[in-house]
Design a binder for this molecule. Structure first.
Ligand SMILES: O=P(O)(O)OC[C@@]1(O)O[C@H](CO)[C@@H](O)[C@@H]1O
Length: 386
C-alpha cells in the first residue's frame, strides 16, 4: 500500500489513546523507579528530571552533539526536533525516549555508569523471583505431554510469555486470573512451514520469563527436526524496559542451567548449538530504531528473505510491523504489514491500540465487554503472513 493511502499514525496527543497513559502515568513512575534504584550522582539525576520535564511539557530536543549516534538521530528527527513531544507519533517518540534515557544515565558516556543497564535491577529481580520457579518447572511438565502436543504447548508458552513484560507491569498488578483468549489464531498454518531444513528467525522481545519460554521453543525446534538453524535477534542496548539484550540472554541461559534436569539440559543444548552454526545470536541496531519494519535496512531484510519463517515476538514488534497506525481492526494482517520478504508470524499479547486481522464477530463480542481487552494484555494473537 503506498504511503499516502495508509491510515493515520497513532499519536501521543489523543487523550483516549493508549499512549496518553504511557506518557502521563507509566513514564513518570518508570523514571522515579530508576532514580530510586541507583546511586546516581547529581548529573544523572538532573538529566533524568530534565528529560521527564521535557517529555511532559516541552519541545523535543536532539541528542548532545558528542553522542556517537547524534547524526543518525538528527536525520531521523529532522521533522520532530523543536516540536512538542505531545504532537509526535507514539512509536517514534517512545523509541527516542528510551535513547534519551540511556543518555541521561550515562550509558554511552565515559563515566562510571557506562554500560550499566538502567533496567538491570528489574530484570535480575525477575530472574530471582520465586514465581519464576513455575516457569522453570514448565519444560519438564511439557515433556510429559503426548509428543504431538509438546510443540503447541511451547509455542503458546512463548506467546503468553509476552504478557510478562516489566514495563507493562509498572503501575499495574499482575492479573493471571483473566481468561486467556486468542483473538486471531494462525497456528494451524504455521507448523507446516517448519521442517528439518527450515531456517527460523526469532525476533525476541522481553528478557526474563518471556525469553525463557522463547529459548524452550527454540530448543524444541532444533531438537525435533523443525528447524535446521535458528537465528535469535536481540536488542543491541537496553530498551523499552525489559527488552532482551545479549547480556540478558546470557543471564537467562545461566538461570536455566542452574536448575538440574530438563532446564539445565536445554541450557547445555542451546550453548552447544550457539557454539556451532545451529543457533546464531545477533543484535542489529535497527531493533532500537524508531521506524516501522516498512523501513527495514537491506542487510536485515536479506536475513528475513533467506529465512523460512520469522517469528516476531511482542507488542512493539507488532506496532512496527503495522506501522502503529489506526487500522480498522478487521483489516487483514497481510494488508496492514509492510511488504515482508518472507513468511512472518506475529506472536503478541494485546498491550497497545493497534490491531488488525480480528474477525468482525469477535470484535463485536469483545467490544461489548468494554475497551480494556485491546490493551490490558489479557488477550493475544498469532497471525501469519502471507
Ligand atoms: O513489546 P512488548 O514488550 O510486548 O510491549 C511493550 C509495551 O508494553 O510497552 C510499550 C508501551 O510503553 C508498548 O510498546 C507496549 O504496550
Amino acid at each position: 500500500m503506498p504511503d499516502g493511502c495508509l491510515p493515520p499514525r497513532l499519536l501521543n496527543s489523543d487523550p483516549e489513546g493508549f499512549a496518553w497513559g504511557v506518557w502521563h502515568d507509566r513514564t513518570p513512575r518508570l523514571v522515579a523507579g530508576i532514580r530510586d534504584a541507583h546511586p546516581y550522582g547529581p548529573e544523572q539525576r538532573d538529566a533524568l528530571d530534565a528529560l521527564l520535564e521535557e517529555v511532559a511539557s516541552g519541545m523535543m530536543s536532539p541528542l548532545p552533539r558528542a553522542a556517537h549516534d547524534h547524526d543518525l538521530w538528527a536525520g531521523w528527527g529532522r521533522e520532530r526536533f523543536g516540536r512538542p513531544w505531545a504532537e509526535a507519533p507514539f512509536l517514534w517518540s517512545e523509541s527516542y525516549f528510551y535513547r534519551r534515557l540511556l543518555e541521561a544515565v550515562g550509558y554511552f558516556g565515559t563515566g562510571p555508569w557506562r554500560g550499566v543497564d538502567p533496567f538491570g535491577h528489574l530484570k535480575s529481580a525477575e530472574l530471582t523471583d520465586p514465581e519464576l520457579e513455575a516457569d522453570l518447572a514448565a519444560p519438564a511438565d511439557q515433556e510429559k505431554l503426548p509428543a504431538g502436543e509438546r510443540g503447541e504447548a511451547k509455542l503458546l508458552a512463548s506467546l503468553w510469555g509476552n504478557r510478562a513484560d516489566l514495563g507493562f507491569r509498572i503501575g499495574r498488578e499482575r492479573n493471571d486470573a483473566r481468561a486467556e483468549d486468542l483473538v486471531s489464531d494462525d497456528r494451524a498454518r504455521l507448523w507446516p512451514l517448519l521442517g528439518p531444513s527450515a531456517r527460523v528467525v526469532l525476533v525476541a522481545d522481553n528478557a526474563g520469563r518471556e525469553l525463557l519460554a522463547d529459548l524452550v521453543l527454540i530448543d524444541h525446534l532444533l531438537e525435533h527436526g523443525l528447524a535446521a538453524e535458528v537465528h535469535l535477534h536481540l536488542k543491541p542496548q537496553p530498551y523499552m524496559v525489559s527488552d532482551a539484550t545479549p547480556s540478558d540472554l546470557a543471564a537467562c541461559v545461566q538461570r536455566l542451567a542452574s536448575v538440574p534436569g530438563t532446564p539445565a539440559d536445554i541450557a547445555a543444548r542451546l550453548t552447544r548449538a550457539a557454539a556451532g552454526t545451529r543457533l546464531r545470536v545477533s543484535a542489529h541496531p535497527f531493533y532500537c530504531a524508531p521506524q516501522p519494519y516498512r523501513d527495514t535496512p537491506a542487510d536485515l531484510a536479506a536475513e528475513y528473505a533467506a529465512s523460512t519463517l520469522t517469528l516476531m515476538k511482542g507488542d512493539l514488534n507488532y506496532r512496527r510491523l503495522t506501522g502503529d497506525r489506526a487500522w480498522p481492526a478487521t483489516t487483514p494482517f497481510t494488508t496492514a504489514i509492510a511488504p515482508f520478504p518472507a513468511p512472518v508470524a506475529a506472536l503478541r499479547t494485546l498491550k497497545s491500540d493497534v490491531l488488525t486481522g480480528v474477525p468482525a464477530a469477535t470484535l463485536t463480542a469483545l467490544d461489548a465487554t468494554g475497551p480494556a481487552w485491546r490493551t490490558a494484555g489479557t488477550h493475544a494473537l498469532l497471525q501469519l503472513s502471507p
